[in-house]
Every structure is written in structure tokens, then in C-alpha cells.
Design a protein around this ligand. Structure first.
Ligand SMILES: Cc1cc2nc3c(=O)[nH]c(=O)nc-3n(C[C@H](O)[C@H](O)[C@H](O)COP(=O)(O)OP(=O)(O)OC[C@H]3O[C@@H](n4cnc5c(N)ncnc54)[C@H](O)[C@@H]3O)c2cc1C
Length: 402
């Protein structure tokens, strides 16, 4: 396996980097401050940056070339280092229309939607005109086991009627969020993995009530945000079903591949930047008569972090490559491996960077506290670590059954 970046990839990485250095990094702290004080409002420059990114061809870079005309023409392997660059600023991906949860949602509709569904919902998300959310997790049941989901989707004439309560619906607090992909049950008596379906639910449908924004470590996590939502007799046309009744589990498996690896790609950017900040601080800060970098434990923290980042980067590139060549299903073990390894790696590296910064590391004067929160929640979101280990362990041992 050779994962040297090609000239095409290197040129694109430089382009994303230049764009971020020119337009985004000068606003880094101002954007964080703005969102702390104005949750879910658009930062004043956001629209002009998006226009510029579109103009420069840095738009929807995530959608792989096998989506034909919808795709800008890059493979997952080519996209991985671009997402890493974007990940260095937790809010930057949206400028390129490459942010969660929209990337996973766009890919779901691109893969499973009808031409009408694509025209009505995929097009405006891909144009950056509206945002979307994915509603699977429920407060009442252990949602790491998706067979537990209790929300009902009942056929009534030409409609479906939905009842249930969801939470951790990322992106749903944003006023631009106009469409949900909801997972619920159309048949509570069918075989365990055939009970669930996914359906498109416009956010303004009567019966939908946003109960509250959930906080992540005490912050409402703007601009993304996470909502608790009640759905009471929410009626949508039957044509909003994705793929067909009972196919929800199948879509969920397909959906998690790309979305999960995008998170991992971004987290490598998070860890890489944390390491760079750690090195800078260690070179400058003096304690007990010498710079921190002169202490063995500090050098060990830096060395360990570099080893862990490089390992995670190569594993992520190998996963992207396997998806490109054989599809997400064939890459399922590698996908599980990066989901287990990368968020924990990023937690470890950011934690060391925080320690080396002392009190400053947990303040608003560096991005480290936000990085830590992001890395930590990604040990839960898209499935907790243990569930990926549970499945990977099962898959591996199965090969040696006698
Ligand atoms: C910031 C954030 C954003 C999110 N965004 C979304 C979103 O956009 N849409 C959405 O639908 N959901 C979202 N989620 C929800 C997330 O996917 C769930 O929290 C996750 O799947 C776990 O489900 P649960 O919270 O019900 O935990 P539970 O299912 O109750 O699990 C609790 C714990 O039990 C343990 N456990 C579970 N299974 C096993 C096992 N097999 N072996 C050992 N231990 C096990 C794990 O430690 C696990 O963390 C988000 C969550 C967070 C924190």
C-alpha cells in the first residue's frame, strides 16, 4: 500500500490550505466568540466565504466520483487529506459544504433517494441553501442498539403518520435546517432488522416541536447544535419514504460508512493542529529555568502524539482506499477500526496539548477545549466505541470458526 499524496491531491490540499489561511484563520477566535454569544446565527462572513469556495471549486468535495454528475470527481482517498485540513478549524467544513451531519445526509439521499426526492431536498442541501438533520437516537431507549427505536411510522392512506421523541438531532437547532431524515418503525412485528424505515420529514411539518437544545459539556455547541424533538401525529406524504418500508437498517449501515470516516478525517486535522500548538508552547514556555521542551516527559508526549497521529492517518487512508476499491460493506472492519482508534487518539493528543498549555489549555484562548469536546463526543456519536469493538471482534473471530 502506498499512500503518498499524488500531485493532484497535493495541489488540492494546498488550495484548501491557502483558502483557509487567507479567509478563515484570521477569523478563528472571532467566530468562536460569535457563536458563544449568538447561537445558530450565521457569522456575517459565512455566506461570502461559501460563495468564494464555490467559485474556487472547493465545494461538496466529499461526494465521491462514483456519484457521477453530483460529484466534483474526487475519491475518498483524495478527499481524506482535504477533510483533515478543514478539521483544523471545527467550523470550517461548512464553508466548503462538507460539514456533518449534512455530508452523511446528502450521501444518503444521493444513494437511496428517488429523482423527485433528490430534486426537492438533495439539490438545495448541495447548493448550501438549506441544512439537514438525522433523527435516529431516542431518549427513552438505548439507541446504540438501533433495533430498540420506538418511533412509529404508520401508513394512513397516501400519508405516513409519525409519533415519537428524538434527541441528539445534530444540526436541528439551526434555522436553516429544513429537512430531517428520520428512522422509525413501520412494522413492530416484522423480523428484527426489517421493522425500521427511513423517511424524509420537512422540519416545518405540523406536530414537530423542538423541546430544547442539548448541551455538550455545558455548551450548546453552535453553529451545529443538537435538539430534542417531539413528533406528535406528524403527517408526511407516503412518497417521502426512502427506499421502501423495512429498509431503514440497510440504509443506516450504508449511511454510517462515509459519515464515520469523514469524522475521522477531520479529527486527524484536530490532533495534528493540537500537536503543532503543543510544540510551539513547549518551545516558548519556561519553567524551572528551562523551556518545557527540555523536559523528557514533554518530549515523550510530543513523540507519542506524532506516532499515534501517523498511525491513525495511515489507517484512515487505508479505509478510504478500500471503500473506493471495494465499497463500504467490504471495508466494514477497517471502518470499525478507525472509529475505535481515531476519536481515542484525538482525545489523547488533545489532552496532552491541554496539559502542556497549563490553565490556558482549558480556556477560550486556544481551540483545545473545543477540540477535546469534539473528540470526546465522537467516542459516542455514530455509535459508542464498545459497539464497534463488539462488532469487529465478532467479525474477526467468525473467520476462525470451526
Ligand atoms: C454530540 C452528539 C451528537 C450526536 N448526533 C446525533 C445525530 O445527529 N443523530 C442521531 O440520531 N444521534 C446522534 N447522537 C447520538 C449517538 O449516536 C448516541 O448517543 C449513541 O449511539 C449512543 O446511544 P445512547 O446515547 O442511547 O447510549 P446507550 O445506547 O444507552 O449506550 C450507553 C453506553 O452503553 C455501553 N454499551 C452499549 N452497547 C454496548 C456493547 N455492545 N458493549 C459494551 N458496552 C456497550 C456504551 O458504553 C454506551 O456508551 C449524537 C450524540 C452526541 C453526544
Amino acid at each position: 500500500m502506498n499512500f503518498e499524496y499524488t500531485k493532484k491531491t497535493q495541489d488540492l490540499m494546498n488550495k484548501v490550505d491557502d483558502f483557509m489561511q487567507k479567509h478563515l484563520f484570521p477569523h478563528e477566535n472571532k467566530v468562536y466568540d460569535f457563536h458563544r454569544n449568538n447561537p445558530w446565527k450565521d457569522y456575517p462572513e459565512l455566506e461570502s466565504w461559501k460563495k468564494e469556495a464555490k467559485k474556487e471549486g472547493l465545494w461538496n468535495l466529499f461526494l465521491p466520483s462514483y456519484y457521477g454528475d453530483l460529484s466534483p470527481g474526487y475519491s475518498n482517498l483524495e478527499y481524506a487529506p482535504l477533510a483533515e485540513k478543514m478539521g483544523r478549524l471545527t467550523w470550517a467544513s461548512e464553508v466548503f459544504n462538507c460539514n456533518a451531519p449534512d455530508t452523511g445526509n446528502m450521501e444518503t439521499i444521493a444513494k437511496y433517494g428517488t429523482p423527485e426526492q433528490k430534486e426537492k431536498w438533495l439539490k438545495p442541501i448541495m447548493n448550501g441553501e438549506i441544512r439537514s438533520a438525522f433523527l435516529m437516537t431516542e431518549p427513552a431507549v438505548a439507541s446504540s442498539d438501533a433495533t430498540n427505536i420506538q418511533t412509529s411510522i404508520v401508513r394512513d392512506g397516501d400519508d405516513y403518520v409519525i409519533n415519537g421523541r428524538k434527541w441528539w438531532s445534530s444540526g436541528a437547532m439551526n434555522p436553516h435546517c429544513k429537512i430531517y431524515i428520520l428512522m422509525g418503525k413501520t412494522d413492530f412485528n416484522a423480523e428484527k432488522h426489517k421493522q425500521q424505515s427511513m423517511i424524509l420529514v420537512p422540519a416545518d411539518t405540523p406536530g414537530i416541536k423542538i423541546i430544547r437544545p442539548l448541551q455538550v459539556f455545558g455548551s450548546v455547541d453552535s453553529p451545529e447544535g443538537h435538539a430534542e424533538i417531539e413528533l406528535s401525529n406528524v403527517r408526511v406524504p407516503a412518497s417521502n419514504i426512502l427506499l421502501g418500508e423495512g429498509r431503514g437498517f440497510e440504509i443506516a449501515q450504508g449511511r454510517l460508512g462515509p459519515g464515520r470516516i469523514h469524522h475521522c478525517m477531520r479529527l486527524i486535522g484536530v490532533a495534528q493542529r493540537a500537536l503543532e500548538l503543543m510544540c510551539k508552547r513547549a518551545n516558548q514556555r519556561e519553567a524551572f529555568g528551562r523551556n518545557l521542551i527540555k523536559f523528557t516527559s514533554v518530549r515523550q508526549d510530543i513523540a507519542k502524539s506524532e506516532c499515534e497521529i501517523q498511525q491513525a492517518r495511515l489507517l484512515t487512508l487505508a479505509t478510504a482506499d478500500k471503500i473506493d476499491k471495494f465499497g463500504a460493506k467490504e471495508a466494514k472492519n477497517l471502518i470499525a477500526m478507525i472509529k475505535i482508534q481515531v476519536p481515542q487518539m484525538a482525545c489523547n493528543v488533545v489532552d496532552r496539548a491541554i496539559q502542556i498549555h497549563g490553565g490556558m489549555g482549558v480556556s477560550q484562548d486556544t481551540p483545545l477545549a473545543g477540540y477535546y469536546a469534539m473528540a470526546r463526543v465522537l467516542r459516542l456519536a455514530d455509535g459508542p466505541d464498545e459497539v464497534h469493538m463488539f462488532q469487529l471482534g465478532r467479525n474477526l473471530a467468525k473467520q476462525y470458526e470451526i
